[in-house]
Design a protein around this ligand. Structure first.
Ligand SMILES: [Zn+2]
Ligand SMILES: [Zn+2]
Length: 245
C-alpha cells in the first residue's frame, strides 16, 4: 500500500464509528452519541417551519419561505449542516459507515419531540428520499432509508423504502439556483403503482440526510401529492444554513 493510500485508510479508520463510543467526542456512550454532544452541537433553536432554516426569533417562517411556495408543508431539521454533522454525514454516506444511522436518527428524533405539539396531525408513513437505481447499486444502501427505518421503529410509524422511486440520475446540482434545480428535477420522482402500502389520504414524512435548497424535497413532495398524499413534511438530519448553499 502506498503512503497516501495508507494515510487515507488510517483517516477512514479514525472516522469509523466505534461501538460504545460517542461518534463526536469519543467518550464512552452505549448509544453512540452522548447527551452533551447532542445538546452542544444540535441545539434546539427556533427554525422556519417551512424549510428548517434557523430563524433569529421565534417567527413561524423565514423571509425566503414567505416568497417561495413548496410542495411540503413543514420541515424539521435536527441540526445545521456544519461540524461535527458534516463529517459524520460524509462518513455515513460515502464511507460505508451505515451504523451512524442510529446516531443521526437520534438527532432528528430529538428535534421532532421538541417541535411536536399535542393534538396536531402527525405523519403516519415515513418514506426516504430515494436514490436512483445506479446510485443505490453503487453505494449499496440508501442512507435516507437507514435513518427512516430507525425513526419508524422508535416512533412507531410505518416506514417503507421503495414506494417513492427516482429515475435517471440528475446532473450534479452544486452551484445551481433553486429554480435551476427544480427544472433539473422535473419528473425525477414517481410513486410505484399497486403497492401493498397505500398513500391515498395519508400524511407523509419524507426523510433525508441533508436539505440544501429544498428543490429535491420539493420535487419528491410534489410527486407524493400528485399520487394522493394528504400532506407532506420533510424531516432531515441537517439543514444547510442560509447563505452557504
Ligand atoms: Zn460526545
Ligand atoms: Zn424558510
Amino acid at each position: 500500500m502506498s503512503f497516501t493510500a495508507a494515510t487515507a485508510a488510517a483517516g477512514r479508520a479514525l472516522a469509523r464509528a466505534l461501538p460504545g463510543v460517542c461518534a463526536v467526542c469519543r467518550d464512552w456512550d452505549a448509544r453512540g452519541l452522548c447527551d452533551d454532544c447532542l445538546r452542544r452541537f444540535a441545539p434546539l433553536r427556533p427554525r422556519c417551519a417551512a424549510c428548517g432554516n434557523a430563524t433569529p426569533h421565534d417567527v413561524p417562517h423565514c423571509g425566503q419561505c414567505l416568497a417561495l411556495a413548496s410542495a411540503f408543508e413543514r420541515c424539521i431539521a435536527g441540526a445545521d449542516y456544519e461540524a461535527p454533522w458534516d463529517r459524520l454525514i460524509t462518513a455515513f454516506k460515502f464511507h460505508q459507515q451505515v451504523e451512524l444511522a442510529a446516531v443521526l436518527a437520534r438527532v432528528v428524533e430529538r428535534a421532532l419531540r421538541h417541535a411536536w405539539r399535542d393534538g396536531e396531525a402527525r405523519p403516519t408513513l415515513l418514506l426516504p428520499v430515494p436514490l436512483s437505481r445506479e446510485r443505490l447499486r453503487e453505494r449499496g444502501y440508501n442512507q435516507a432509508w437507514e435513518v427512516a427505518r430507525r425513526l419508524g421503529r422508535r416512533l412507531r410509524i410505518e416506514a417503507t423504502p421503495a414506494l417513492l422511486q427516482r429515475g435517471r440520475d440528475t446532473a450534479h446540482q452544486i452551484g445551481m439556483t433553486r429554480r435551476e434545480r427544480e427544472h433539473n428535477l422535473r419528473d425525477a420522482f414517481w410513486v410505484m403503482p399497486h403497492t401493498p402500502v397505500a398513500l391515498q389520504g395519508r400524511r407523509v414524512a419524507l426523510i433525508d440526510d441533508v436539505l440544501t435548497t429544498g428543490a429535491t424535497a420539493h420535487a419528491a413532495a410534489l410527486a407524493l401529492r400528485r399520487a394522493g398524499a394528504a400532506g407532506v413534511e420533510v424531516w432531515v438530519v441537517a439543514r444547510t444554513p442560509l447563505g452557504s448553499a
